[in-house]
Design a protein around this ligand. Structure first.
Ligand code: 5GP
Length: 357
């Protein structure tokens, strides 16, 4: 008995030592941290400015606005969402499934490409450039930002694709992901991306960690990747796992330059999901873009060699997205007053956080 206890103790001790040696400290999610308040000069939320000015490593385009991005997911990254969010200078990553003519119609009816941008997966670089040029010709406007988005941002072919686009379009702000480690940030930034998107396994409709065991707790992923991004002169987008305005604040404290929201902006009129009555209440659909549902909508059906890495949810209808945005921005302003910063850029890695159980 005593021997077993001693043997178990030795085993745990060995594991802890091994972790310390490997630099494997405990990794954190947003729910594991809180931010203590500070003595403050800001006596009203109306004195807070949420707009930020960003410059980039490769592109000479600057960007100004609130550093929040609606995700390029079905029922979130729509032109209707973009039209609502651009009023507050918030960005929308437009779903890659829109055609050139839909883009042309959207731009003609007021979608502002300073706040909306086109997204692509892993494709032939020439096809990507053709689509960009075609929309630019037809709208007589030039994109400012283009995003590449695949679940596994560690694929070398993907880095080569980004690099090819960078060589052809030095003007564009390029964003690409997703990765969760310093090695990933380095690979994406060396390919020529100005912005690296961080998050694997943390999305609310993401099953990657369950299906594959791959992932990284999001607060730590953002924290560690932002160190590397600063070293390399690029910026990062924290993508996935944000359930409230408080989590947005925590991601800025972890070092995010932008945050990307899926579920928080899902379930609204502007997303365009069909309505379904569940227990007498209206609901809207939200699903992962690697779910069987998404694959069957966009590709006819799930390919047999692929596992579904996303789930489907019905969430209660939240109505107009403008109301949710007001709530989110109110939360960010309140955080700024607690932290004695008059501009959103003041919420950054200089702010202390504590870990909670
Ligand atoms: P949320 O804000 O809902 O927590 O997370 C949104 C993010 O989840 C998206 O921006 C995207 O990066 C990620 N995501 C979207 N669909 C899927 C999916 O089907 N599988 C996985 N693994 N991630 C997804």
């Amino acid at each position: 008995m005593l021997y077993t206890k001693f043997a178990n103790f030795l085993k745990t001790y060995k594991i802890v030592l091994l972790q310390i040696k490997k630099g494997c400290s405990l990794k954190l999610n947003y729910k594991d941290v809180l931010i203590p308040p500070k003595i403050t000069n800001i006596d009203s939320r109306s004195k807070v400015n949420l707009e930020s000015k960003k410059k980039f490593k490769f592109s000479r385009n600057n960007w100004e606005g609130i550093p929040v991005i609606a995700s390029n997911m079905d029922y979130v990254g729509t032109f209707e969402t973009a039209r609502a969010l651009q009023k507050n200078k918030i960005l929308t990553a437009i779903s890659k499934y829109y055609s050139d003519s839909e883009w042309v119609k959207a731009v003609a009816s007021g979608v502002d490409i300073n706040y909306s941008f086109i997204t692509f997966g892993l494709e032939n670089p020439n096809k990507i450039l053709d689509k960009i040029h075609s929309i630019e010709d037809l709208t007589n406007q030039t994109f400012k930002l283009v995003m590449f988005d695949i679940a596994n941002g560690y694929i070398i072919k993907y880095h080569n694709m980004i690099n090819e686009i960078r060589k052809q379009r030095k003007d564009l702000i390029l964003a690409a992901g997703n990765v969760v480690t310093k090695e990933g940030v380095k690979a994406i930034s060396e390919a020529g991306s100005d912005l690296v998107k961080i998050g694997i396994g943390s999305g609310s409709v993401c099953d990657t960690s369950t299906v594959t065991g791959i992932g990284y707790p999001q607060f730590s992923a953002v924290y560690e990747c932002s160190d590397e991004a600063v070293n390399l002169g690029v910026k990062i987008i924290a993508d996935g796992g944000i359930r409230s305005s408080g989590d947005i604040v925590k991601s800025f404290v972890a070092g995010a330059d932008f945050v990307m929201l899926g579920s928080l902006l899902a379930g609204h009129e502007q997303g365009g999901s069909p309505l379904k009555e569940i227990n007498g209440k209206k609901h809207r659909q939200y699903y992962g873009m690697s779910s069987e549902q998404a694959m069957s909508i966009h590709e006819g059906k799930k390919k047999s060699y692929r596992a579904s890495e996303g789930s489907v949810k019905w969430i209660e209808d939240k109505g107009d997205v403008n109301r949710t945005i007001e709530e989110i921005l109110g939360g960010l302003r309140s955080a700024c007053t607690y932290l004695n910063v008059s501009n959103i850029d003041g919420i950054n890695k200089d702010i202390d956080y504590i870990t909670v159980k």
